[in-house]
Design a binder for this molecule. Structure first.
Ligand code: OSB
Ligand code: MG
Length: 370
């Protein structure tokens, strides 16, 4: 396929309620959307960047700059046989994984439409429905969080993840356990602790958590290995795993026992599948993480989560957990038994409501092939 042009958009969708983590508070989901044009088709992809570089080093502005000035011209420079070639085409640009993931996703979507096949089929998925959970932020009081959890459990979510940070950790989780003794529960620290605070995790070790996500520094596999050796609860890494080989190293070192596979952080769906395969070969389960994506990013993540080694519920909640109105139709919905359907359409484009995307677009630019 030869791309004729790529259009970039910045979109802003208000969240239904603020999402507060150890690194900050978000009230609006920002993203850079990528539309790839070829032969009368439009492929959609999402770079689910944040406004500020608090989760990783990227922002809306860096993704825009790097896509417009480097990544898009590299992909427009010559034909592609398969979306898996995008990674090699972009390898000379260091990092900027979310920007790369957005562009690669647009090419996957074009390819799916051309082939008339679903992303699930193209990626090697084996399930029509996936188990999902919900990721909840820090609330003003524990009572507010308990109410939040109650409402999502009532909707049918199969597991709950709560954000923690120093001062909002053991006591909060203990209180949640008191209210929800059987609930599959996990915590995410987003790198807010150091090894000298390991006692926090040792105290949580008796609370029956599924896992603790990214307790320590994003660049610290060694201290994560020391922490994991002191815990029965599996450590799961998110920020630390930005390349499939990071997963191999972390598992070999014993830095974690579970890996969060998030295509945006890894630089795209191809790297995500490779990470899934590395973990499967080493016997470690994975689950699909999220970045509060719009429906465009989430439909692709749902396809990914249908691969066999996604053995824990993903951060792949229904559209109405995030937004009043998603940009895809039909929206992502939670079935009563806590499952979500894997999309069967040929790509995400058949479900994109361009009129709704237009309404949330705050910037737009077309980059033509030369
Ligand atoms: O650490 O998993 C994370 C959202 C933004 C940035 C980082 C993270 C998250 C989430 C949200 O936990 C997961 C979702 O998309 O529902
Ligand atoms: Mg995380």
């Amino acid at each position: 396929m030869r791309l004729e042009a790529v259009e970039l958009r910045v979109v802003e969708l208000p969240l239904r309620f603020p999402f507060e983590t150890s690194f900050g508070r978000e009230e609006v989901k920002h993203a850079v959307l990528v539309c790839a044009y070829s032969g009368g088709l439009v492929g959609w992809g999402e770079a689910p960047v944040m406004a500020a570089p608090l989760y990783n080093e990227e922002t809306v502005e860096t993704a825009w700059h790097v896509l417009r000035d480097f990544l898009v011209p590299a992909v427009l420079a010559g034909p592609l046989e398969h979306p898996r070639e995008v990674r090699a085409r972009l390898r000379h640009v260091r990092r900027h994984h979310m920007a790369k993931a957005g562009l690669e996703a647009a090419v996957w979507d074009l390819f799916a439409q051309q082939q008339g096949r679903s992303l699930r089929e193209l990626l090697g998925g084996v399930r029509d429905r996936v188990e999902v959970g919900v990721s909840l932020g820090i609330e003003p009081t524990v009572a507010d969080l308990v109410r939040r959890v109650e409402s999502f459990v009532a909707q049918g979510y199969r597991r709950v993840k709560v954000k923690i940070r120093p001062g909002w950790d053991v006591e909060v989780v203990r209180e949640l356990r008191r209210h929800f003794p059987e609930l599959p529960l996990q915590v995410d620290a987003n790198s807010a602790y150091t090894l000298d605070q390991a006692s926090v995790f040792e105290e949580m070790d008796d609370l029956g958590l599924l896992l603790v996500e990214q307790p320590l520094g994003e660049d610290d596999l060694v201290d994560h290995a020391k922490l994991q050796s002191r815990l029965r609860t599996p450590v799961c890494l998110d920020e630390s795993i930005v390349h499939p080989h990071d997963a191999r190293k972390a598992l070999e070192l014993g830095s974690c026992r579970v890996v969060n596979v998030k295509p945006a952080r890894l630089g795209g769906l191809a790297a995500a599948v490779e990470t899934h395969d590395v973990c499967a070969a080493l016997g470690a389960p994975v689950w699909c993480g999220g970045m509060l994506e719009t429906g465009i990013g989430r439909l692709a993540n749902l396809a990914l989560a249908s691969l066999p080694n996604f053995r824990l519920p993903g951060d792949l909640s229904a559209s109405d957990r995030y937004f009043e109105e998603d940009v895809v139709d039909p929206p992502v919905v939670l079935e009563r038994d806590g499952m979500v359907q894997v999309p069967t359409e040929a790509g995400v484009a058949p479900r994109v409501r361009t009129d709704r995307v237009d309404r949330v677009t705050v910037r737009r630019e077309r980059v033509p092939a030369r």
